[in-house]
Design a protein around this ligand. Structure first.
Ligand SMILES: NC(=O)C1=CN([C@@H]2O[C@H](COP(=O)(O)OP(=O)(O)OC[C@H]3O[C@@H](n4cnc5c(N)ncnc54)[C@H](OP(=O)(O)O)[C@@H]3O)[C@@H](O)[C@H]2O)C=CC1
Ligand SMILES: O=C1O[C@H](COP(=O)(O)O)[C@@H](O)[C@H](O)[C@H]1O
Length: 589
């Protein structure tokens, strides 16, 4: 099976010891010096070094058992035979020399809100996975920061309970966990205390040991304290020698006004390029693959328009309720929690024009353009629901308002469906339907592209009476059971002429033996590398809020009452009427 790479490709960080040459074009420059380039790299099995330079500058990758550094002063043929191989522990020194005596660097990652749910569930496990894969730099330290009193040992205990190894990554996993935990520390502090951040800064400096310091702060805290934490981190714990970046978790405000206020406050302390607004759906494998599917397969891009596509559906469903997050959720609701960010981001990637390049700014420019071409959502194109308690098989499932943190008379929607339109030449008149809900019958996220009917189809009479059932549909299943399939009409084998609909099916678990990395791994690594492509730029955020704010205000002003649906059902029937109004049938029925 062949595999290939591009300048955006990320070779698996710690390549397994092998002598294969993947590809090499010797074009990356060290310190911009056109006479010298860096090909690289791998780690020895004993000591991992993930020598990963900016992907913009490194385009070649030679993977060998030892760390390998080559310069393009050698002709290509000679490089293959005469690679300069060094012991892994010497690699940094050598690279520093090649880089003109550049200082060794270190990355300190501070998880602000380390005692919380997201930190435990996602951030520490993702950092460990990156460490296991050899993707973290040689010199790195992880600090947990929160108000809860904890020792380093207690943090390590807490974190160790969350770490797992992938099924295909069992070798030395226990050892790796131990090594990783030794790099994790904890600092107790208030989020608005300069003094506490000064103390953190002091500890970070001790670990950095005089190396060039790069610092990443992950704000895993409630949004009302984002600005306090950013203020303290930037004034008292910024790096003085390297970069300082801040990952901000959603929600980025509740509407255009509050989002703009948050952006302004953040920009008071940080430059836009220091702010990494995370939308973890952009880090999901199948969402990353959307552009690959579309732009690297000739068969799809020509069909990607109103000429062939009848409608597109973005569907998110969870088979559990707000469980434990009712307090947060009630203030936001499903439209802000899922549609305005996760589903809209996927829609923008789906519908944007071809970017000039894969550069972050080129992609984000196209996303902004398509978002700004969209019509603000009309209330009559929205259906809302809220789950109610139900008893099934002797088990009673709670309703949304049974959650103690939710007001009994809450009108917050836990389900919504909406029809959106893009007023540009490519998509004029094509309904983009979104559906998102909690406490439904299943957990899934998918994109469904329903194509138009075949004009004058010769085989209509062999396909049954319902023409809608014979349209082609491309399904991108984001989760679970990641896969892509295309529904096609096919002749049922036999002497007669009968057609049925079958699937051309790319199921990831059967095609690829590798386990799929969690979205947070990709995004954390991108933030460490300064790759902004999958993070939300402030103008994208403005455009996203501009679409939803008038609708949200109207819903709140009019105190719209959501339709009730039983926990574990398929959601309110109103969603079907909405689809029918736009001549669409939901594909997930
Ligand atoms: N959990 C999830 O699945 C997801 C979360 N997010 C977002 O990520 C961020 C973190 O989420 P999550 O971990 O669930 O949040 P938590 O509610 O668990 O809060 C994280 C930490 O912040 C501190 N904290 C909580 N409330 C307050 C408060 N009122 N004032 C000061 N400090 C407080 C607590 O630490 P201590 O008391 O020790 O200081 C807590 O452990 C939030 O912005 C959330 O919206 C986004 C997507 C999914
Ligand atoms: O951002 C959020 O996402 C989760 C769903 O994420 P997933 O990766 O598990 O699909 C959702 O449960 C939560 O309400 C929302 O805030």
């Amino acid at each position: 099976m062949s595999s290939f790479s591009s300048s955006l490709s990320r070779p698996s960080c710690r390549s397994s010891p092998t002598s294969s040459l993947y590809f090499s074009n010797h074009s990356s420059l060290i310190n911009g010096d056109p006479r010298r380039s860096l090909s690289f790299l791998s780690a020895s099995p004993q000591e991992e070094i993930c020598l990963r330079s900016q992907r913009k500058s490194v385009q070649s990758s030679v993977v060998l058992q030892d760390v390998v550094v080559v310069t393009n002063s050698e002709p290509a043929e000679k490089l293959k035979d005469g690679l300069l191989s060094v012991q892994s522990q010497e690699a940094d020194k050598l690279v520093a020399e090649l880089g003109g005596g550049q200082q060794e660097s270190t990355v300190s990652i501070t998880v602000v809100g380390a005692s919380g749910d997201l930190a435990k569930k996602k951030i520490f496990p993702a950092l460990f996975a990156l460490y296991y894969e050899g993707c973290l730099p040689q010199h790195f330290t992880i600090y947990g920061y929160a108000r809860s009193k904890m020792t380093d040992g207690e943090l390590r205990d807490m974190v160790s309970k969350t770490l797992t190894c992938r099924i295909d990554k069992r070798a030395n996993c226990g050892e790796k966990m131990e090594e990783f935990l030794k790099r994790c520390f904890y600092h107790t502090g208030q989020y608005d205390s300069q003094e506490h951040f000064v103390a953190l800064d002091k500890k970070l400096k001790e670990h950095e040991g005089g190396r060039l310091s790069n610092r990443l702060f992950y704000l895993s805290i409630p949004p009302n304290i984002f600005v306090d934490a950013v203020k303290c981190a930037s004034s008292s714990a910024s790096s003085l020698s390297g970069w300082t970046r801040v990952i901000v978790e959603k929600p980025f405000g509740r509407d255009s006004k509050t989002s703009a206020a948050l952006t302004n406050s953040l920009k008071h302390y940080l430059e836009e390029d220091q702010i990494f607004r995370i939308d973890h759906y952009l880090g999901k494998e199948l969402v990353e693959n959307l552009s690959v599917l579309r732009f690297s397969n000739l068969i799809f891009e020509p069909l990607w328009s109103r000429q062939y596509i009848q409608n597109v559906q973005f569907i998110f469903s969870e088979d559990f309720g707000t469980e434990g997050r009712g307090g947060y959720f009630d203030h936001y609701g499903i439209i802000r929690d899922i549609m305005q960010n996760h589903l809209l981001q996927i829609l923008a990637l789906f519908a944007m024009e071809t970017p000039v390049s894969l550069d972050a700014e080129d992609i984000r420019n196209e996303k902004v353009k398509v978002l700004r071409s969209m019509r603000p959502i009309q209330l009559e194109d929205v259906v809302m629901g809220q789950y109610k308690s139900t008893t099934k098989g002797g088990v009673t499932y709670p309703g949304y308002t049974d959650d103690k943190t939710v007001p009994k008379d809450s009108l917050t929607p836990t389900f919504a469906a909406a029809a959106l339109f893009i007023d540009n030449a490519r998509w004029d008149g094509v309904p983009f339907l979104m559906k998102a809900g909690k406490a439904l019958h299943t957990r899934s996220a998918e994109i469904r592209v329903q194509f138009k009917h075949v004009p004058g189809n010769l085989y209509n009479r062999n396909s049954g009476t319902n023409l809608d059932r014979t349209t082609n549909e491309l399904v991108i299943r984001v989760q679970p059971d990641e896969g892509i399939y295309l529904k096609i009409n096919n002749k049922v084998p036999g002497l007669g002429m009968r057609l049925d609909q079958s699937h051309l099916n790319l199921l990831y678990s059967t095609r690829y033996s590798k386990e799929i990395p969690d979205a947070y791994e990709r995004l954390l690594l991108d933030a460490i590398e300064g790759e902004r492509r999958l993070f939300i730029r402030s103008d994208e955020l403005d455009a996203a809020w501009a679409l939803f704010t008038p609708l949200l205000e109207e819903i709140e002003e009019k105190k719209m009452i959501p339709e009730f649906y039983p926990y574990g059902s398929r959601g309110p029937v109103g969603a079907h009427y909405l689809a029918a109004k736009h001549n669409v049938q939901w594909g997930d029925l």
